[in-house]
Design a protein around this ligand. Structure first.
Ligand code: NAD
Length: 295
């Protein structure tokens, strides 16, 4: 193996610690802690774990965590009423609705109902538009975390060839926007893309956000490429035990790449750290304070 392992877990821990150092000054200036409200509809097991981890990290950073757990059959109007309540609550700086929502709910309408100033997930169309035109706004946490790891590793991304595999609103599209903003030359690949291997072979940066275990192989990569693996796939491991793997075949890719994120321990921890960052920034903006600059 030749690739440097990009330790997202350590990077995220350092970022979370930096975030925590800014909370006392915010508290002194405003008389309150920044607050994040998480809404989890229903009992989905994976979502429960995510929400628990988000709440724990929020409290560890010295922020206030509010959890709302409407039942799986909550009517759309009741959920929208809860969002309106959180929009109006001065103690709430960030609102996160854990996705996916049960099928009877209109995800788009729910996201649209969140006050863009409190939309710490950056999924509201106002924030999507701001990112597209290069204005300040809330940027989705996972691509923001990927970008931080890339800049830490590479410094300037200007002129580099980047291939983003996946075009979801949550990861692929905002990732492409962020890379464009850094002046990378960006190709977005998706399920209909032809000759994916050929595209990947020309890339200095590969961001894989597909949801297909070990899809990107080492012999697709340009030697020395920086590989960010967003995928989280549950597969059967040794002895029938479940284990997590990414979208990149780590064994073969780490022999060719210059640097690579592991799964787990790469992008995943960055997502939560960036959620705290967005909440802290939203809190400062709402209070008319300048957001900290070291985030
Ligand atoms: P999604 O299902 O919304 O999008 C997947 C994308 O992959 C689509 O745009 C599709 O066109 C593309 N795709 C599918 N098959 C392809 C193929 N054969 N070749 C090229 N592209 C193909 O998924 P998502 O929400 O963007 O998530 C992607 C992965 O990232 C999942 O494994 C998810 O669990 C993971 N994820 C991780 C984090 C994290 O914090 N680490 C956050 C969000 C998502």
């Amino acid at each position: 193996m030749s690739a440097q392992i990009i330790d997202g877990k350590a990077f995220a821990a350092a970022l979370r610690a930096r975030i925590a150092t800014h909370v006392p000054a915010f508290r002194a200036a405003t008389g309150r802690a920044p607050g994040l409200a998480v809404v989890l509809v229903g009992e989905d097991a994976a979502s429960q774990v995510y929400v628990r981890n988000k709440g724990k990290a929020t409290r560890e950073a010295g922020m206030e965590s509010f959890e709302h757990r409407p039942p799986a059959d909550v009517p759309q109007d009741d959920l929208l009423a809860l969002i309106a309540e959180l929009n109006a609550d001065p103690a709430v700086d960030g609102i996160l609705v854990q996705l996916p929502l049960p099928a009877h709910l209109d995800e788009e309408a729910v996201i649209a109902a969140i006050d863009p100033a409190k939309d710490v997930d950056g999924f509201n169309a106002v924030n999507v538009g701001r990112l597209a035109v290069g204005m300040e706004g809330m940027v989705p946490c996972t691509p923001l975390g990927c970008l931080a790891l890339l800049k830490d590793r590479l410094g300037s991304l200007s002129g580099l060839n980047a291939v983003v595999i996946g075009r979801s609103n949550i990861v692929g599209k905002p990732m492409a926007q962020l890379l464009l903003k850094e002046s990378a030359t960006v190709t977005v690949a998706h399920s209909r893309t032809r000759d994916l291997e050929e595209l990947v072979r020309r890339a200095d940066i590969v961001v894989a956000a597909v949801g297909r275990a070990d899809m990107v192989k080492g012999d697709w990569l340009k030697p020395g490429a920086t590989v960010i693996d967003v995928g989280i796939n549950r597969v059967e491991g040794e002895g029938g035990k479940a284990r997590l793997t990414g979208d990149v075949d780590f064994a073969s890719a780490s022999a060719v790449a210059g640097a690579i994120t592991p799964v787990p321990g790469g992008v995943g921890p960055m997502t939560i750290a960036m959620l705290l960052r967005n909440t802290l920034v939203a809190a400062h903006v709402r209070e008319g304070l300048a957001p900290p600059e070291d985030l």
